[in-house]
Design a protein around this ligand. Structure first.
Ligand SMILES: [Zn+2]
Length: 445
């Protein structure tokens, strides 16, 4: 039978599998959901992959207490390439349950999509892996490894810690990091660029304590006014991020993010302009951006007629591939100190930094996935960026410098991952499973 017909014939099972997985509220936070739910999801994944030849599949505890499902399935030719399949079984909490139009933990078909928490992120990708492998049956000409982690959404880093400590267990020539998605339904894409970040807290001190704004206001240095002046130097009048010493005119060369789609995805209010002098994809994927995440200052209710003696702000700087986190951190710290007016005291504390990521796209695995995607979807695969980070990609890249990382999956923009009313388009599962199966066949040649 043709591979495509095999996949189509397996979609009933894909749906019932996904329904079983979605019914398990595997939110990896015991304060919100019992830990047994994650244990049930892990066992479900283990059993499903054990049944298709991952006979050594087992649970591996990671540093944050979560369990990763790990396994392997060698092929007859030990010289054949090894492919590591990645996904995660934990999900985001449902958030505002009132905003859901269907029960979050019950797969529900509405129109042409399947709704439910995790239908796309990332249980849809687990079912994609299963469907691809079932379609291939015993005809898998590469060595397979598997890791399905249990704490991706919490950011507690269990697998990031585990990978370097068990490097041989997961070592592979190509890694399918299946936790992203296509440009749109039916428009195949690989994510090739992720931004890194620098988080700092900047504190301003100007007076020994509060003083009356009538008796002292005018000559007395005002910490909040100084902080606002400092923050004001971080954007120019077009809205470009302007950190002294950081390049901010890079251009994105992959698929374009249409402006009207971005406006609607981001919920930009009527009449507001998009920031920056570049296109959406330049601003989002190729250039730095700075966001003030929080400000400590007197809240409106309870504030008095007094000059704030101190103020502080928490800043998040996103940095594109090509910018080193250490260099960006240094530039940001020096900028903040230099921008302080009136000799007020400024201190900058770094909370965290993370590296950007750019996939190497010139190798045999990339050629194989590009040709597999084109055959499965009937149109060429494009390159996308992502404005956020996937720290695990940096860990994979550092631990396995020769491996090709391929970021794909069923989480296209309409999936609304992390939001209420998450859904997946079943045709994306079918087409991506077909692409994955074709990829595994082609990589061996
Ligand atoms: Zn995910």
């Amino acid at each position: 039978m043709e591979l495509r017909d095999c996949v189509d014939g397996l979609m009933g099972q894909a749906r019932s599998d996904l329904a079983e997985l979605v019914a398990i509220p595997s939110v990896a936070d015991p304060r919100q959901y019992p830990a047994e739910e994650c244990a049930r999801a892990a066992q479900w994944v283990l059993d499903a992959f054990a049944a298709i030849g991952f006979t050594d599949a087992h649970l591996a505890e990671t540093a944050d207490g979560s369990q990763a499902v790990v396994g392997s399935r060698p092929c007859a030719d030990p010289e054949a390439p090894t492919v590591l399949l990645y996904a995660h079984y934990d999900v985001q909490p449902p958030l505002d349950e009132e905003a859901w139009r269907t029960p979050p933990f019950e797969l529900t078909e509405v129109g042409d999509r399947w709704y439910g928490r995790g239908t796309a992120d990332c249980k849809g990708n687990i079912v994609m892996h299963l469907t691809a492998l079932r379609a291939l049956g015993d005809d898998v000409p590469v060595n397979l490894k598997l890791v399905v982690e249990g704490s991706e959404e919490q950011g507690t880093g269990g697998l990031e810690d585990f990978v370097p400590k068990h490097a041989d267990l997961l070592r592979a020539d190509a890694i399918l990091v299946c936790d992203t998605g296509n440009a749109a339904v039916g428009h195949p894409a690989a994510t090739v660029s992720l931004r890194g970040m620098v988080n700092v807290v900047v504190s301003v001190e100007a007076l020994a304590s509060e003083v009356h704004s009538g008796m002292f206001g005018g000559p007395a240095p005002d910490a909040l006014a100084a902080l606002i002046a400092i923050l004001g130097t971080l954007r120019d009048s077009d809205g470009n991020t302007t950190v002294a010493g950081l390049e901010n005119d890079q251009v994105w060369t992959g698929e374009v993010y249409p402006e009207d789609q971005f406006r609607s995805d981001a919920g930009v209010v009527e009449g507001a302009s998009l920031l920056g002098s570049g296109a959406v994809s330049d601003m989002l994927w190729a250039r730095p951006s700075l966001t003030t995440l929080g400000i400590d200052c007197p809240p409106v209710v309870g504030s008095a007629a007094a000059i704030p003696p101190t103020a502080r702000a928490r800043l998040n700087l996103r940095i594109p591939p090509g910018t080193e986190p250490a260099a960006a951190e240094k530039a940001l710290r020096e900028h903040l100190v230099a921008a302080a007016p009136w000799g007020v005291h400024v201190t900058v504390e770094t909370e965290a930094t993370g590296s950007p990521f750019r996939a190497e796209t010139g190798g045999p695995a990339y050629r194989a996935i590009a040709s597999a995607m084109e055959e499965a979807f009937g149109r060429p695969m494009v390159s996308l960026g992502q404005g956020g980070s996937i720290p695990l990609c940096n860990v994979f890249a550092e631990t396995y410098p020769g491996a090709e990382l391929i970021l794909i999956g069923v989480e296209e923009p309409l999936a609304l991952i992390h939001a209420p009313n998450e859904s997946v388009h079943p045709q994306e599962i079918a087409d991506m499973a077909l692409a994955e199966a074709l990829f595994l066949q082609r990589l061996s040649r």
